[in-house]
Design a protein around this ligand. Structure first.
Ligand SMILES: [Zn+2]
Length: 199
């Protein structure tokens, strides 16, 4: 079941001008590369986008993330990103600002950042072949847990503490069809951890 794009959280959004070009340039370049590979995109039959990328802002808990419903856009720019200023994972609540609302998967990203201050970037993609190939061969979240829920945050913590998720930086989202998540010290490392799996 495709559950992408259906907002499961409450989003407090303050509409503001786009972030500075420099703040999103590298993130956006990797997003466009992932889009070219079909790892970020759009399901026309469901009318929803999938896949999203983010980077942490400084040493804060804030992060810049691709906007909701931007998956159909071939080449995005700084106007397609939002800043998540605060997340309440338990309360399913996201506070964001920017020209677009944060991706509906902002809580998943927040849960990954909460694992370790060393995590600087998060990538979430969809790939059916990779999802089946890697399922249970790399750290995999429980099939009972869908994305964007408080339970997912607890599950990522379990994987981080009890498996080699911390070392590999990539996991299958067992309860989110086609879903794979990776992280890194920067956006290049996070993106490459997915792209290398397709070589
Ligand atoms: Zn997804």
């Amino acid at each position: 079941m495709i559950d992408e794009g259906y907002t499961k959280y409450e989003c407090d959004w303050v509409q503001t001008p786009a972030l500075p070009v420099d703040a999103v340039a590298e993130l956006n370049a990797w997003r466009n590369r992932l889009h070219q590979q079909g790892l970020i995109g759009y399901y026309p039959e469901h009318g929803v986008g999938y896949g999203n990328v983010s980077i942490r802002v400084g040493d804060s808990d804030r992060f810049i993330i691709s906007g909701t419903q931007t998956g159909h856009i071939e080449e995005t720019d700084e106007t397609h990103y939002g800043l998540v200023v605060r997340c309440d994972i338990g309360g399913n609540r996201v506070h964001c600002e920017g020209p677009v609302q944060a991706s509906s998967e902002a809580l998943t990203h927040a849960a990954i950042y909460a694992l370790d201050p060393a995590i600087r970037a998060v990538v979430h993609v969809h790939d059916m072949a990779l999802w089946h190939e890697l399922m249970d061969r790399i750290p995999t979240t429980s099939r009972q847990i869908s994305y964007g829920t408080p339970e997912m945050a607890i599950e990522f913590r379990r994987l981080y503490d009890e498996t080699d998720f911390a070392a590999r930086g990539i996991a299958v989202m067992g309860g989110h069809e086609e879903g794979i998540v990776s992280f890194g010290l920067d956006i290049e490392q996070a993106a490459q951890r997915v792209l290398q799996r397709r070589d």
